[in-house]
Write a protein that binds this ligand. Structure first.
Ligand code: SF4
Length: 698
């Protein structure tokens, strides 16, 4: 007799519902939840292999101090003492938390509360900075808030789906399955894929635009200029609901057609066909992901896309709108509770004195961070140069995933006090922990996540806690109590934390803020346990959920109007004689992040067994690299050695290397060692897809 539990997949931002079953012998199996609105029963290869990745091999089961087992009391006392002493001696900005889109919303809430309201610094950032912070910044510039306007259903309802910087088939596979099924049901639906590489996603495309790296800003500027001269322009929407169209249009129209061809690298016929499709199709959804976000012009790309949807009023109506596809399972939940260094909880702004005052009063906090903290790349620079003296890393592996990864490792190694909370004992990052704290993993922990369409779902506990492992929120609450803030961190359960989070979201909220789930402020623990997936906002006292935003305006700038953002095409070619290739990094279908979980599944590892570099056949001949031979890739920051995969899917002059491999699975294949820590000036997101490198036979 199996016991079934409804929960949520812990991998990507699609946020699929999963039913986990445990049989009489303790064997776990998983299947898709047919009632979950994200996936209606579908799962991808990673989700369906979840049961293969939850054994206890390699788990850290007890707190450790310098590699020796310790009790929770001793370990937590040490963490609290060292953080308190450092703050007393060097000030609140001398400590930092680096957290993760793998944390549950409740974990994120407690981390943010402790750092911003009780330590008094905003030095809390997250690996979501590497994932979607340009979307956050673009949303805030255009809408006045970080609000995703649409819903997954819009992708199925659209007559034209544009996928830019998104290998949907591999990175958001269930959305791809939904799109593919919709296209079969409605063969008139068109799909355009904009990507320098020919990926599995391109196979569904009616038009594939193999754009130059970072050519997207110019492409959507060209589109805006075309729209302005066409019947698709919605003058009524522009006049009633927006500001700034003339300036954005002036910039866009200053770009000549030959400039456009040059900046995008696209043939004129393809460019014209793309413009024609957008101009003549009312129901358009533009989905974008890391090819847009992970760029030194990522925020401008987001706004160039949004500008086109605002100009046509194609936003917030069924089958229409710009759509940011989030990478991680809970990057959105982290945003909601202020898990980024430049945000407050409940989508309030750290720069806004009234918002700071409101949050401080709600928390009854002794202080509140008054200015944005250090974003991920700057945070590790501050660790390197000694400004950060105590660092707590949770549920992430920056020694593999941060750009300039060797420099990040050296910084962590030299930091006077490093705490790591993780499920695994041996990762590239845990080996540098002074204090290693055992966290609960998927199936053991309890809380909520928010997916790319603002849908909040429960992750539920259905397995016993192994060893002495504890939830991340509990670890931080215990440290908060030991630092002298017992009352503020007296949480007994994840449900208590969610209730406080919901209450803060509706505190003094007259509806002018976008985030109001106040109906859940008085949630009973039994209701939290049975919570069905729902989209925020859910206004207090109402059972109505708002599925879409902005069809009739109602943006969140003070005048309730959206902003067109004038943008300029960036410098996109970073290559030179010494580093003549453009490196693009990204995901493969069957691995997740740094492989610490998916690497456990033989089935998932069978898809692609080792790290590789895709290279065009003519480039391979020119540098003397044969298919399946070893190739060394070098930048000013370091070198990696991977297998050459010679393929015409890769454009000339460029390489693609997956981001996943860590030192445990393949020596010298951490690709982020070579990635330059160049960031978008607005969002601080690193440019992981346009790195100048050299390549040679090894
Ligand atoms: Fe999990 Fe994403 Fe796959 Fe859904 S699409 S099963 S959330 S990895």
């Amino acid at each position: 007799m199996s016991v079934e539990t409804k929960t949520t997949c812990p991998y990507c931002g699609v946020g699929c519902g999963v039913i986990a079953s445990v049989d009489d012998h303790g064997k776990v199996s998983v299947k898709g939840d047919p009632e979950h609105p994200a996936n209606y029963g579908r799962l991808c290869s990673k989700g369906s292999a979840l049961a293969e990745t939850i054994d206890l091999d390699g788990r850290v089961l007890y707190p450790e101090i310098l590699g020796q087992r310790a009790s929770w009391d001793v370990a937590l006392d040490l963490v609290a003492t060292r953080f308190s002493e450092t703050i007393a001696e060097q000030g609140p900005d001398s400590v930092a938390f680096y957290v993760s889109g793998q944390l549950l919303t409740e974990d994120y809430y407690v981390a943010n509360k402790l750092m911003k309201g009780f330590i008094g610094s905003a030095n809390i950032d997250t690996n979501s900075r590497l994932c979607m912070s340009s979307s956050v910044a673009g949303h805030r510039r255009a809408f006045g808030s970080d609000t995703v306007p649409g819903t997954y259903e819009d992708i199925e309802l659209a007559d034209l789906v544009i996928l830019t910087g998104s290998n949907l088939a591999w990175c958001h596979p269930v959305i791809y399955q939904r799109l593919a099924a919709a296209k079969v049901a409605r063969p008139g639906m068109k799909v355009v894929v904009i990507d320098p590489r020919r990926t599995m996603t391109s196979d569904i495309a009616d038009l594939h635009l193999a754009i130059r790296p970072d050519g997207d800003v110019a492409l959507f500027m060209g589109l805006l200029a075309q729209l302005a001269q066409s019947a698709a322009i919605n003058q009524n929407f522009i006049a009633l609901h927006t500001e700034g169209f003339p300036d954005a249009f002036a910039e866009a129209s200053a770009l000549s057609f030959s400039d456009l061809l040059d900046k995008t690298g696209l043939p004129a016929m393809q460019l014209r066909e793309f413009f024609r499709l957008f101009v003549t199709t009312e129901k358009v959804v533009t989905c974008y992901s890391q090819g847009v976000n992970q760029s030194s012009s990522g925020t401008d790309k987001v706004n160039a896309i949004i500008n086109c949807h605002l100009a046509t009023g194609r936003i917030g109506r069924p089958g229409m709108g710009p759509f940011s596809l989030t990478g991680q399972p809970n990057a959105m939940g982290g945003r909601e509770v202020g898990g980024l260094a430049n945000m407050l909880a409940a989508h309030m702004a750290i720069e806004n004195a009234e918002d700071r005052d409101r949050v401080q009063r709600f928390w009854n906090a002794p202080t509140i961070a008054e200015r944005p903290g250090l974003k991920a790349v700057d945070m590790f620079r501050a660790v390197a140069d000694g400004r950060i003296k105590a660092l707590w890393i949770m549920a992430t592996n920056p020694v593999v995933s941060m750009p300039d990864a060797d420099a990040v490792e050296a910084a962590i190694k030299a930091c006077p006090f490093v705490v790591v909370s993780d499920v695994l004992k041996e990762t590239d990052t845990t080996r540098h922990a002074h204090v290693l704290l055992p966290s609960l993993g998927w199936g053991e922990k309890d809380g909520t996540v928010t997916n790319s369409e603002r849908r909040i779902s429960r992750q539920r506990e259905y397995l016993p806690a192994p060893g002495d492992a504890k939830p991340d929120w509990w670890q931080m609450a215990e440290v908060g109590r030991r630092m002298g803030f017992a009352e503020a961190f007296a949480f007994g359960s994840a449900a208590d934390i969610f209730a406080e989070h919901a209450a803060l979201s509706s505190f003094e909220n007259d509806g002018s803020r976008d985030f109001d789930i106040g109906a859940y402020a008085q949630i009973a623990i039994r209701d939290y346990d049975t919570l069905s997936p729902f989209q925020w906002p859910q206004p207090a006292g109402s059972l109505l959920q708002m599925t879409r935003f902005f069809a009739e305006g109602g943006f969140f700038h003070p005048d309730r109007k959206a902003r067109f953002v004038p943008v300029k095409p960036p410098i996109s070619d970073r290559t030179n004689a010494d580093f003549p290739f453009t490196l693009n990094t990204g995901r493969i279908r069957d691995q997740w992040h740094t492989m610490t979980r998916t690497g456990k599944s033989a089935r998932l590892s069978a898809h692609i067994a080792e790290p590789f570099a895709e290279i065009h056949p003519r480039d391979a001949v020119e540098i003397g690299v044969g298919d399946a031979s070893l190739v060394e890739i070098e930048s000013p920051h370091g070198k990696v050695i991977v297998r050459a995969l010679v393929t015409e899917r890769q454009a000339r002059g460029s390489l693609f290397v997956p981001m996943h491999w860590n030192d445990q699975f393949a020596a010298k294949a951490r690709i982020d060692v070579v990635v330059t820590p160049l960031t978008d000036p607005v969002s601080g997101q690193p440019a992981s897809k346009n790195v100048a490198v050299a390549a040679r036979p090894f």
